[in-house]
Design a protein around this ligand. Sequence first.
Ligand code: TXA
Ligand code: MG
Length: 349
Amino acid sequence: METKIYKIDSHHIDMVKIQEAADIIRKGGLVAFPTETVYGLGADAMNPQASKKIYAAKGRPSDNPLIVHIGKWEDVSLLAKDIPQKAKKLSDKFWPGPLTIIFHKKEEVPKETTGGLESVAVRMPAHKVALELIRGSGCLIAAPSANASGRPSPTLASHVAEDLGGRIPVILDGGEVGIGIESTILDLTEDVPVILRPGYITKEMIEDVIGEVKMDAGLIASDSNIKPKAPGMKYRHYAPKGEMVLVEGEQEKVIAKINAMTKELQKERKKVGIIGTDETASRYAGDYILSIGARDDEESIARHLYRILREFDELGVEVIYSECFPAQGMGQAIMNRLLKAAGHQVLEV
Ligand code: TXA
Ligand code: MG
């Protein structure tokens, strides 16, 4: 199958292209599209055959449920059985935006979309192209991140083409995404809501709106037997091809340690990648040094994270050393993704 890539300018949206893509969705096909977090791979959420195509194109395990993307608050009632007050409050504050809410699902929502679960994940994305596609199709759009299963999430249309080119008919190219890591997932089916995946919307921001919220125990435990509740969080996602190690400690010690380890591996002719920051990158000695962003601007770090992991894959590095970041605010989401990419290998110095 030939994959068409349509550049769409968010400020002057080409509605002819959107309608063509919307038609594909209505007929049960797949379209990749930009959201504010990462690119998604969309299909009609209420059509089981369409959802199945998503799993096939990504090579995704069928027990890993999809997020349903909606264009207006009223759509929640098409999907969710009970809609707690807290959901409306969160929607008023954060939708459209990078927050996914889990509800008890209605009978009509196909099990193919929810990976066999009795709950459904819902979010209203804050990207004009995504919203036009959803509204134009008249469908609710199930969409996981548009990467091949096991690869870092796509933050550029070219990432989608790398992974899914030839497998899907259309990619809507809206340029680089704004946030760069996936939405925060909040489970509202529990008495005390639980964060299943940290993201741009932090625990503190949610607690300001609805009161107490917990972190899923499976997220905090690094190597215990406690399983994360979001099925997707148990997979070693976001995995670069090289072995990755995070180095934690005081900045000067981290730099010295990474430089020393790199030198050792270079003796064995190993290709080593180093993830530094704008503040530290010039302090490293190595062949493949990339800055992930500025320490004093954690949003820039989130935005570049997946792109850097892909760049190291392309360079063919065999080992990646990375600095760590304070796990507060959005730093929680950044460290969650880095730890997963590193398979929780952390070296304390
Ligand atoms: O920012 C995002 O959320 C992006 C964009 C495209 O919207 N989407 C995304 O989808 O990250 P995906 O499929 O890559 O990640 C969805 C996560 C998985 O870990 C999945 O297991 C979890 O959400 N999930 C979905 N439905 C769930 C449910 N009913 N209960 C628990 N976890 C659920
Ligand atoms: Mg994903």
